[in-house]
Design a protein around this ligand. Structure first.
Ligand code: SF4
Ligand code: SF4
Length: 134
């Protein structure tokens, strides 16, 4: 099973292209911004420290899935989770359970989380991301 990981974090300039790609894929609407993205580009406070991306680290025993009351999040083979939007109550218990802050609340009450599809990899112009076999 494949997982997304940082190939070369030093090269991230925080452009957010991975975010826009992910959000557009998940929302299936080219007009969407970053609301549906399961990956987020963040500043490491200022120009000197640069930027990075936050996304699911593919826990082997995902605490987010353990606390989900409806099994909308389920452990995924190889680490991380699968997400069933229709089963999600929007309680955001999972957001608190993820200690690295890799689950993001959406404006429509649902959540966005990386499911390691690897779609974003080709949109990063600097080779920051890669998909590897878990
Ligand atoms: S979303 Fe967070 S808690 Fe859930 S599997 Fe990924 S890193 Fe672990
Ligand atoms: S917000 Fe959705 S996915 Fe997260 S714990 Fe609640 S029901 Fe589960």
């Amino acid at each position: 099973m494949k997982v997304l990981r940082l190939a070369d974090p030093e090269k991230c300039v925080g452009c957010g292209l991975c975010m826009f790609a992910c959000s557009r894929k998940n929302a299936r609407d080219p007009r969407m911004g970053i609301g549906h993205a399961g990956i987020r580009a963040v500043s490491l406070s200022g120009f000197e420290r640069g930027a990075t991306v936050i996304f699911c680290h593919a826990c082997a025993e995902p605490p987010c899935a353990q606390v989900c009351p409806t099994n909308a999040l389920r452990p995924r083979k190889g680490g991380g989770v699968t997400y069933s939007e229709k089963d999600c109550l929007g309680c955001r218990t999972c957001v608190d359970a993820c200690k690295i802050g890799a689950i993001f609340g959406r404006d429509d009450g649902k959540i966005a989380v990386c499911v390691h599809c690897g779609y974003c990899v080709d949109f990063c112009p600097h080779g920051v991301l890669e998909v590897v076999e878990a």
